[in-house]
Design a protein. Structure first.
Length: 469
């Protein structure tokens, strides 16, 4: 039987994972189409006119997969990486508090600390019913004090939706919960409970930012199969054709789409699903703002990786000291450093894009990230329309209809916005979603990451996966 042909839409980590696996398996009948002029998608990097390198928000790698790790070494070499201790902090009430915040509330002013402790006692005395949404989950898990002081303001700033609009199932390993005994011990012994330590390291490319990884990945694939500058404008499910903006037509037996699922619905003319997608597939946009700075970071920032900002004295929820990830991220590390801020945006949290740059700079001054505006020698901004796939209340119901519908047509929608599962939408998950869909279609092995996110996140996975034995 002749091998089936594959067409892959999108050259982010998911599409590249699928292409790489096909190439590795010796499959020759495939092509990859990408709208922009480069591979990498949301994991791309850019160099501004002053020579500062920027990611689309600070990208760090926490891999769950041996296969992914081996690929990283293959792409950039053993020596292509810098390793860092993960050091994350919260800035509020004019002070730094180590993350996870809930274990370190001893650092709060007395009135806030009292409120948080009373709330933790209250949830032990009066356990809450099973939460029906993320807002109820926050209240039940952290108590009303911690919810008011940190969890609710912070989460609204990150997600750009009230937590009542989000489900409580995605949380899994992604949010640390509270252990009152440990909180009290930390208080009594005046001890910081740090999330960093020997097992909390991450790696970052020495040169070129995160985008260097995916450029290297693409460069190892046959160039004639990768079509950049090829924006898809129509997908014909019946004729199995994909049409590009410049009038070309590509045919396929099987289509791997890593485009946002909402876009796939539109491009394939499946308008009957638009209401379901609007209800179930919520998303937020990400505004990324880089500040290239003269001098060196203050001592307080010298080893920090990123910081969270729950208060309203700045528009950003997170800032990365991006020059700490690699000296290669700035033109001259003896004279420059850099910060990268992230601001979320949605219909529930609109952003004024005209005034945002000034609000960010003022926010950096308010939170004492920078001392003087004169030190800013470069600014860079980027807006990712699709930034975060929000785990909304109706998401799983919508995915339960949409993904099987497209699969009936041999269209497999995978990746951060292809499968719309925030809990498995980092680089490692996305790349593996691409690898795994090929394993399923070529070698008949079940997918794990997209099918069972909790299992995917529960451990490190050897290659081949244990479940395939
Ligand atoms: C602010 C932010 C911070 C992040 N931080 C981290 C982190 O710390 N660690 C981590 O591991 N991950 C992080 N991520 C996630 C990471 O960026 C994603 O995991 C990854 O890029 C998803 O890969 P993907 O291939 O599924 O999608 P994408 O990267 O979105 O790629 C999709 C591709 O499809 C193309 N495309 C879309 N429409 C069309 C069209 N009509 N025609 C042709 N091509 C099209 C796009 O141009 C794009 O190249 C972060 C993301 C954001 C937004």
């Amino acid at each position: 039987m002749p091998k089936k042909s594959f067409l892959i839409l999108g050259a982010g980590p998911t599409g590249l994972g699928a292409a790489r696996r096909l190439h590795e398996l010796g499959h020759a009948d495939w092509a990859l189409l990408e709208g922009s002029a480069h591979a990498g998608g949301l994991s791309s990097s850019f160099v501004d006119e002053q020579g500062f390198t920027w990611d689309i928000g600070g990208h760090v790698q926490f891999s769950h997969y041996d296969y992914f790790d081996r690929a990283m070494v293959e792409f950039l070499g053993e020596d292509g990486w810098l390793r860092h201790q993960r050091e994350s902090w919260v800035w509020m009430r004019d002070r730094f508090i180590p993350y996870p915040f809930q274990n370190n509330i001893r650092r709060l002013p007395a009135a806030d600390l009292d409120k948080c402790l009373q709330g933790l006692i209250q949830i032990i005395r009066e356990p809450r019913p099973r939460p029906e949404n993320f807002g109820q989950w926050i209240d039940a898990t952290f108590g009303p004090g911690l919810a008011e002081v940190f969890m609710r303001p912070y989460n609204f700033k990150v997600w750009a939706y009230p937590p009542e609009k989000m489900n409580a199932r995605w949380v899994g390993e992604r949010v640390a919960v509270t252990d009152l005994g440990r909180v009290l011990q930390n208080l009594v012994y005046a001890r910081d409970d740090l999330s960093w330590g020997p097992n909390n390291t991450f790696q970052f490319p020495k040169q070129g930012g995160t985008g260097a990884i995916w450029k290297a990945c693409a460069a190892r694939l046959p160039a004639e199969r990768i079509h950049l500058n090829t924006t898809i404008v129509r997908v014909d499910l019946d004729r199995r054709e994909v049409h590009s903006a410049d009038g070309r037509c590509f045919t396929y037996d099987r289509l791997i789409s890593t485009l946002p699922l909402r876009e796939l619905i539109r491009l394939s003319g499946q308008d009957q699903f638009i209401p379901l997608a609007e209800q179930g597939l919520l998303f937020s946009s990400s505004n990324i703002f880089g500040l290239g700075l003269r001098g060196q970071p203050a001592a307080e920032l010298a080893t920090k990786c990123w910081m969270y900002f729950p208060e309203d004295n700045c528009p950003f929820y997170r800032v990365t000291v991006f020059s700490n990830y690699s000296p290669g991220n700035v033109p001259d590390s003896t004279r420059h450093w850099s910060l990268m801020a992230e601001v979320s945006e949605s219909s529930d949290k609109p952003v004024n894009l005209k005034t945002l740059p000034e609000e960010i700079i003022q926010g950096a001054l308010n939170t004492r990230l920078i001392e003087r505006r004169e030190d800013i020698i470069s600014t860079w901004n980027y807006r990712a329309g699709y930034g975060y796939p929000t785990p909304g209340l109706e998401r799983d119901r919508a995915l339960g209809v949409l993904l099987p519908f497209f699969e009936q047509h041999e269209v497999y929608s995978r990746g951060r916005f292809g499968a719309w599962k925030y809990e498995v939408s980092n680089q490692d998950h996305s790349f593996m979603q691409g690898v795994e869909i090929i394993e399923r279609l070529v070698n008949n092995r079940p997918e794990i990451t997209v099918a069972d996110p909790n299992h995917a996140n529960s451990k490190r996975h050897p290659w081949p996966f244990e479940r395939w034995q």
